[in-house]
Ligand binder design. Sequence first.
Ligand SMILES: Cc1cc2nc3c(=O)[nH]c(=O)nc-3n(C[C@H](O)[C@H](O)[C@H](O)COP(=O)(O)OP(=O)(O)OC[C@H]3O[C@@H](n4cnc5c(N)ncnc54)[C@H](O)[C@@H]3O)c2cc1C
Length: 802
Amino acid sequence: MQTTTRVCIIGGGVVGCSVLYHLTKLGWSDVMLVERSELTSGSTWHAAGGFHTLNGDTNMAALQGYTIKLYRELEEITGMSCGLHHVGGVTLADNKDRFDMLVAERAKHRYMGLETEIVSPEQIAKIAPITNLDGIVGGLYDPLDGHLDPSGTTHAYAKAARMGGATIETHVKVEATTQRPDGTWDVVTNKGTIHAEHVVNAGGLWAREVGAMAGVYLPLHPMEHQYLVTEETPEIYERDTEHPHVMDPAGESYLRQEGRGLCIGFYEQPCRPWAVDGTPWDFGHELLPDDFDKIEDSITFAFKRFPVLERAGVKTVVHGPFTFAPDGNPLVGPVPGLRNYWSACGVMAGFSQGGGVGLMLAQWMIEGETERDTFAMDVSRFGNWITPGYTRPKVIENYQRRFSVSYPNEELHAARPHRTTPMYDIFTEMGAVWGQQFGLEVANYFAQGDEPTFETPSFRRSDAFDATAREVKAVRSKAGINELQNFGKFRVTGEGARPWLDRIMAGRIPTQGRLSLTPMLSHKGRLIGDFTVSCASETEFYLTASYGSQSYHMRWFEQNALDDVRVENISDTLTGFQIAGPLSRDILQACTRDDVASMRFMDVREMTVGQVACRVQRVSYTGDLGFEIYCNPMDQRQLWQTLWSEGQPKGLTPFGMRAMMSLRLDKFFGSWLSEFSPDYTAAETGMDRFISFKKNTNFIGRKAAEAERATPPHRQLCAFEVDADDADVVAYEPVFIDGTVQGFCTSGGYAHHSAKSIALALIPRDKAKDGLKVEIEILGSLRPATLISTPPFDADGSRMRG
Ligand SMILES: Cc1cc2nc3c(=O)[nH]c(=O)nc-3n(C[C@H](O)[C@H](O)[C@H](O)COP(=O)(O)OP(=O)(O)OC[C@H]3O[C@@H](n4cnc5c(N)ncnc54)[C@H](O)[C@@H]3O)c2cc1C
C-alpha cells in the first residue's frame, strides 16, 4: 500500500469517489482513497438512485444541476454505464401554498437556465397517468429528474479518478488520524500508516466516528429510510416509454418505475434515528428489518394517490440508514479549528449532490476557494455550540419536513430554545416572537394585544406585518431598542494588529476612537465578509459582522494567522443593545454623564451607561441616528434597566429583526449572504466604495479588485420600487428587461417607513439607469418595477450623520 500522499480520502461511497475524481480533474493526481470494505459499502449500495434539481437553496440547486449533467461526462470518460434513466419528474402540489412554492422555484430556475415547467392537472394526467389527481392544483415538471445505478455510478467515479492518477485501496480501515506539528496527518490503518498532507472525511454512515478520531464533532445523524419495489404492473410494462418520477409532498413519497414495476419510498412522520450511540463497524452489507408499521399511513395515502399500487404485490423492501445534518444540507469544507482536515459528509442525496460536493471541495483544496457561495453546505455554518443532543431532534425534524413547504419567513421549532441571552424572559414577557440564528434565539418582532405570538409561515406578507410596521414607525419617529447579541464579534490584539487588519480587510482601518466599514475579500476578489472595524488603540481592535458566519470568519482568520496578532471570537462574551431613531441620542444622554452630543458619526467611545461599563459606537444598520452599546453579558440586564427606564417614557420601543430588515431597505443597505456573499464581488455590489485603494498594503484580493476598477463588471446591484400585490421579493426572483430575463433579485421586502415594496437586484450595468422599467416575477405574477437610485429615507445622510 502507498504510504505517502497529498490527499487521503477516508470512505469509498459515492461522495468519497466524487471528491477523488474531482481532485484529479482539477489537476491533483497524488491522491488516494481508502475504504474499509468494498466501494459503496455504506449508504451508497442501497440507495434508490433517484436524482433531481429541486432544492430550497439556490446554490445547492445549481450544484444538483451540475451533478446530474456530470453523469454523461463520466460515462464518456470511462466507457462505463451509470445506468442513467433521464425520465423527467413531476412534483405535485395539492394546495395553494405548495403550488406557490413550486411557482417560486420555477421563477428561480429561469435565470439559472433550468428548463423546469409549471404544469396543470391535465398535463400531469398525460405525464404521469397512474396519478389520481383529486385535489391536485398543479405541479412542477423537471426534465432533468431521473435515476441511475448507484453502484455503477460510484465505480464510474472511481475509474475516472484512477484514470487521472488516483489510487484506491479497499479493505483498509482507518483507525486513527493524528496531526503532526507541521500540519500534515498520519492516517493510521489496519494495513499501516499513510502520511498525508490533507485528510478528507467522506466516512458517510461512519463520519461521526471518523471525525472523532481527529477530535471533532460533526453534526450529523443517520436516519432509517425505506422504499418498496413492486411486482410487475401492467399499467407500467404496457407503456411505450418509461414512467417519469412523481414526488407527492402531501403523501411524503417519491415514486418511479423500476423494471416492469414501481419503486416508492417514504419520508414518514413516525421516522426513526438509527445508531444513536454510534454506527457499528461491522455494519455494511446488510439491511434493516422491514418495518411496515412505520409506513402504514404513508402506504394508505399512496394507495389513494396511485391506485395501481394497491393491486401490485411488493417484490422487495429496502430499509437502510443514511445521514443528515440538522438542516439537511451536506457538511463540506475545511473543518474549523483543524488544519488540512476536510469534511465531505452529511450528504443525504448523494446522487443529486455528490458531484457538486466533489467539485466544490476540490476547488477549495486546490484553488483555495470555491467558484460560488457554498455557505449552505459549509461545515462552518454550525458552531462549536452544537451537540448530538441538538443534532438528533433537528435531524428528525428535517426528515419529517423533507417534503414540507419551505416558507421564507418560517422558523423551525425542534431543539429550541437552545441558546438564549439574559434578555430572553424579559423580551418574552414583552411579547417577543422568536426566531433563531446559529442556535441563538433572536427576537423577530414583539406582538401586542391579540396579535399572534407565532408568525404564520407564508409566501405573502405575513401576520407580522402590522407589528413590524409599528416597530418601524417607533424607530423612525422616536426610538427603538434591540439586542446586539446576534453580531459576530472579534477582538484583534497585539503589535501586529493594524498591519494584519490592513492585509486582511480591503477597506481603511480606522484611527483610535473611530469606526470604519470594510469588505473582506477572497484572493479572487469575492466578498467573504462585510465588517465594522473599531479601533480602541493601536494594539486593540474590535470587529463586528454576521453572527451566523462567526465560525466561517474565524476559520479565515486562523488560516491567515500571524505570530504577533491574536484574534479572539468574542461573539458570546460581548453583548448589548442598539438604540436607533431621532430620540436615541437624548435617551443615551439621559443614561450617562459622558457628553454624547460630541460623538460624531462613526465615533467609538468607552463610557459608563447607568452603572455599566460600555463601549458605544455611533452607527446603526437602521440607517438612522443610532448607537450600538456593548457590554459584558453579566451586565446586560442592568444596562437594560437603565436604558428602558430612561427610554420608555420618551417612546423607546423594542424592535426585532423583521423591523430591522425593513428599515435597512429605506436606505438600500445590503445584507450579508444576500447582497454580500462570495457569489459577488465588491464592484458588483457597490462595496468597492469602501475599498481603500490608497492604502499602501497588498490586501487580500487587491489585484482582483484593481482589475475590476479598471474594467467594471458587467452586472450591478440596483434598487427597485416594485408595484407589488400582497407578496414582496424574497430572493432570486428573475428580473425581466424588455421581456427577457436579464437579472435577478438578491433580497427585498416591504419598507414600511417609505411605504414601498423594495427589491435589490443585480442587472446588466449598461441597463442600470434611474427610471428603468422592468418586471419582476413574484409568485408567478410579473410585477412592474422601477429602478430608483435615491434612497427614500435620509438620502443626504443628515439624519444618520447629524
Ligand atoms: C434506502 C435509501 C434510499 C436512498 N435513496 C437515494 C436516492 O434515491 N437518491 C439519492 O441521491 N440518495 C439516496 N439515498 C442516500 C444516499 O445513499 C447517500 O446520500 C449516499 O450514499 C451517501 O454517500 P457517502 O459516500 O457520503 O456515504 P456512504 O455511502 O455511507 O460511504 C461511506 C464509506 O466510508 C467507508 N468508511 C467509513 N469509515 C471508514 C474508515 N474508518 N476507514 C475506511 N473506510 C471507511 C464506509 O465503508 C463507506 O463505504 C438513499 C439512502 C437510503 C438508505
